[in-house]
Write a protein that binds this ligand. Sequence first.
Ligand code: SAM
Length: 306
Amino acid sequence: MGTEQETKGAPASRSASDVGTPKRTKEIIAKYGFSFKKSLGQNFLIDRNVLNNIVAAAGLDETKGALEIGPGIGALTGRLAETAGRVTAIEIDQRLIPILTDIFAEEEHVTVIHGDVLKIDLPELFRKQFDGLAGVSVVANLPYYVTTPILMKLLEERLPLEHIVVMIQKEVAQRMAAKPGGKEYGSLSVAVQYYCVPELVCTVPHTVFIPQPNVDSAVIKLTLRDKPAVDVPDEAFFFRVVQASFAQRRKTLANNLTAFVGKERREALNELLTAIGIDPGRRGETLSLEEFALLSRSLRDAGLAS
Ligand code: SAM
């Protein structure tokens, strides 16, 4: 697959499952002369309890597979290898590949792939790595600089996933799980909840990472729905309507949507909103997924926007 390189082999030095401790992390960093790249969101986990909580939330067993994004030096990978039947980890930083190869040399069911998760053909990877398993989940301590693009890629590609259990920035986790009516509810909440049922697993202090990030973190579990939460004939249009409704949060729905449909259609828009039982003076952040679905269907049927 392009520049990707699959790795297995080379003699292991010590157990792969004890990587996520402060002592072992410091040893590995010193042994390989590794230096952290802030630009790649490299904050490695050094707390067994947090690692256990992440793995437990994913409900893995030997019949299931785990896809890890960004294994680092393998703190989470080691715990996943103890629990899942198959573990595939995608790491962008070439410098980490020989380290991971070394640490997981004796773990036949672990594969490390060098690549950028945003560029990898994930459906193809799933066919190659996870064929025949009872279920696959993404389990990761994500690089915070690309959390949303990574999650949206996983969701939009409709991968056959059971759960996505990820450590992310606390504020982003709260936005994903937010209910209508609050200031955290926005287009990210709608997008995530369209595909999944979100659940906040725990919040995590920055002291459990080396180096420590500047932000607080949380573990969120997203359980993929069998079918989207609402039925919309044109998904792309639905998401455009959602984006437009949140374009300027202080503005009313009618004002935000006028910018979307065009000023000359303002009156028709107000009539349509009233006819479907949505007060034009409401703000986007008060609309449920069902109301966004109704709104997008009605706008499309009325030909007010396309
Ligand atoms: N899983 C390890 C842990 O918990 O200790 C490391 C987590 S660290 C927050 C994020 C990891 O993602 C780093 O190893 C980084 O190099 C890797 N990474 C960053 N961007 C990536 C991308 N686009 N694709 C794959 N891996 C990426």
